[in-house]
Structure formats: C-alpha cells, structure tokens
Design a protein around this ligand. Structure first.
Ligand SMILES: [Zn+2]
Length: 410
C-alpha cells in the first residue's frame, strides 16, 4: 500500500486537534452495513461525539454547527478487528526451509527496539488497511507490544488500538523445537513464560499482568508437551480475577482444546481439526473459534464448516507474521478473508467475524465492531457493497478511529 501524503497530513492535523472531539461530527455516505442484521441502511448518517457514535440516522436534520464528512457514494463498515495479530513479530519465508531457524533467528538477532519499530511499521499499515483494533497475541519479544500499545494510545504514532498479551504462557520450551540447554536458557524467556506446575501457572499470569497485559495468551500444546488441566484452570482463575480474557493456542486434535475449554478460556486459537462434539461444547459455552486460516487447506475448511453447523461464534484472526516483499502487513492481513469464503462462509458471516464477533471477543460487549449508538466511532468506508462484493474490503478508502479521521481517498 502506498501511503499518500494527504493521509499523513490528515493524521497529523487531526491528532493535534484534540478540541475537535467535543464537536458533533456527522459522517454521511450512500449506505452503512448493518453487520448484525446483514442489511444495508441507506442513506448512512452517523453522529459522532467524544470518539463515540451518538446515533445512527437517515433523517435530514443535521445541526448547523456539526462538522460534516460527506463520503458520497461510499459504503460504511465498522473498523475491522483482528483478534490474533503479531505486530512485533516477523518471519522470513526463506528461513522456513530449516526447521526452527526463524524463531531462533528472531530471538537471537532482533533486539527489542527493532521489534518495536517493526511493530510501528505494521501498526501504521494495519490501520490504513482498515484495522482499528487488534488483539496482539505474543511473540513480541519482551513486552514490545505493550510499548507499542502505549505509544499508539498517546498518539505518538498511528496504529490500531492494541489489546496486548505480553509474553505467551507455555509448556517448557515455548514454541521452540529441539535446542541446546544453553540456548534454551537464553532464548525461550525472551518470548515465553515457561510453566511447569500450578504455582508457576499462577505466577506466570501475575507476571503478565505486572508487565501490562490486557489479555492472556496460553500455548496449550507444542510438540509433545501440553499444559495439563490443573495448570490451565489455574491460569484462567488468575486471569479472571484480574478481569482478563484468555486466548488458548490449541492444535493437534481435540484434547488440548478440551482441556482449555474445560478451564473456561474465551477463545480457541487455530483448533485446526476440532471434532463436532468439541465444537458443540464451545458453542454451548460461548467460546469463540479464531481459525487463523490463511489459505484453503481442505481439513481446516471442514472444521470451519463443522463450527458453523455447531453454531460456534467465529472471530477473524490473521495470525500474520511473515515478511512479504510485495505487500505490507495490512494488505496481507485483509486478504486472508479468502480462506473464510473458501470454507463456505457467506460475505456477511465473514464481515461479522472481522467486526462484531472479533470486537466482542477482544473488548467485551458494546464497545467495538458495530456501527451502533454507544460504540466507539471506528468507521471505515469502501467503494462497493461488501455484502455482495466482499473484495472491496481489500481497498479501504476511509478510516476513522475513535472519531479521528486517519485517512481518506476519494
Ligand atoms: Zn499466533
């Protein structure tokens, strides 16, 4: 994505003009997508003040002193929410040929300052692609996600609102493969908090909270090692006591996910081959599936179909962390919706997964992911009706975050 000068100018101007927040701002367009009900509301007239949506109306009587942003023939959507990002994490495709080379290279060579700057670049590109919120689930070095979150919230630099996990909690060895004892001692702690036993599980959550976590990411299984039921239950109890949600990375069959579900986590990340009974249990307990699919793998597609049949809420999560020489992080991330449509999800189901569902999973009810009164004024615009032509979300032409215009292309 080319960043046009006008986008940057708008960002600078608006971010410096805090008083604009007090004024009534009215965003007008041809239509808005009512994601909840899967229909268009025409014309779209959204009243915003103090960074929130005050009302959504189609009426003609806009107060004379309102600031009007007229987007003409565009279609409005809620700002996109990526429930599984890794902004400060970057792998190289060419290193994939050697098992384990990417994680060792990143942790041994890339220092925290560089990780934070990689995050700053990715955050900007994600926001311009339409992502106004992300839940950043670890692999950020030592708390660079928290530094990035705070820099963005202080308006030092542009980016989505970040819900940061800090280092992921994991079995011994994190997500590294076989390595020497010395290397393990040095490298694993840069990326993970290793757990063995209930006391360490509780301590790890407290450490993440001390480091500034907004949510807890737990790697339930890696290679032969899995956290057990008691450890996972302790993690969820500690997180709940601090009002934090838990995202559980679970792969390799049903058992790791079942342990996490029984512990009471909020979402299963990946769950590539979950069976129908496990998915049914998730639906009953209101636990989200964050599929993180990137391209169409048939067995992954089958489990998305099973999840939909079971009534599991699906939240979009890109799990994107590879460097792509052709496209920036925002462009690559938004393109992953193809994996969802290829799995049989309709356009409105995909849109719900990337707005309403991911918004509720990440921030709780009533805050982000819908264009309704009381929600934050996170609004994006596209050229065509995304309910019939979802490809249009790959070319977002307007981004407003919490009432501030970030970019606009006519
Ligand atoms: Zn991930």
């Amino acid at each position: 994505m080319k960043i046009c000068i006008c986008s940057i100018l708008i960002w600078l101007t608006v971010f410096l003009d805090v008083s604009a927040q007090d004024k009534l701002t009215v965003v007008k367009a041809k239509a808005l997508v009512d994601v909840r009900n899967g229909q268009l509301i025409t014309p779209a007239v959204i009243y915003c003040r103090q960074g929130k949506i005050e009302k959504v109306d189609s009426g003609p009587s806009i107060p004379a002193d309102a600031v009007i942003i007229d987007l003409g023939a565009k279609y409005l959507l809620p700002g996109l929410v990526d429930a599984h990002s890794h902004l400060c994490h970057e792998y190289q495709y060419e290193l994939e040929k050697i098992p384990g080379a990417n994680i060792v290279t990143e942790t041994a060579i890339t220092d925290n300052a560089t990780r934070a700057l990689i995050g700053a670049r990715n955050a900007r590109d994600m926001l311009l692609a339409g992502y106004t919120t992300v839940r950043d689930l670890g692999n950020s070095g030592e708390n660079t996600d928290v530094a990035l979150r705070d820099a963005i919230s202080k308006n030092w630099l542009p980016g989505p609102r970040i819900y940061a996990a800090t280092r992921a909690l994991s079995p011994i060895g994190g997500q590294f493969s076989k390595m020497t004892a010395n290397a393990r001692k040095t490298l694993v702690a840069k990326e993970y908090i290793e757990i063995s036993g209930v006391d360490e599980a509780r301590k790890a959550v407290r450490e993440a909270i001390f480091n500034g976590a907004d949510c807890i990411k737990v790697i339930v299984n890696n290679n032969q090692l899995s956290l057990n039921q008691e450890e996972l239950t302790a993690i969820v109890q500690e997180a709940r006591a601090a009002n934090l949600k838990v995202a559980a990375h679970a792969t390799n069959g049903d058992q790791p996910a079942l342990n996490a579900i029984n512990a009471g986590v909020n979402s299963i990340e990946h769950g590539y081959t979950l069976s129908a009974p496990v998915l049914k249990l998730m639906a009953e307990k209101g636990i989200y599936l964050v599929p993180t699919d990137r391209t169409g793998v048939p067995r992954y597609q089958q489990r998305i179909k099973r999840a939909q049949e079971a009534g599991v809420k699906i939240a979009f999560g890109s799990d994107m962390y590879y460097y792509d020489a052709q496209r920036n992080r925002g462009e690559v991330t938004v393109s992953t919706y193809h994996a969802y449509t290829q799995s049989g999800m309709s356009n409105v189901q995909v849109l719900r997964s990337a707005t309403m569902n991911s918004g509720e999973l990440v921030a709780g009810p009533g805050k982000i992911g819908l264009l309704e009164p009381g929600y934050l004024a996170d609004i994006i615009a596209v050229d065509e009706d995304p309910l019939t032509k979802i490809e249009t979300v790959e070319h977002v032409v307007f981004v407003m975050k919490e009432g501030n215009v970030i970019s606009r292309r006519d």
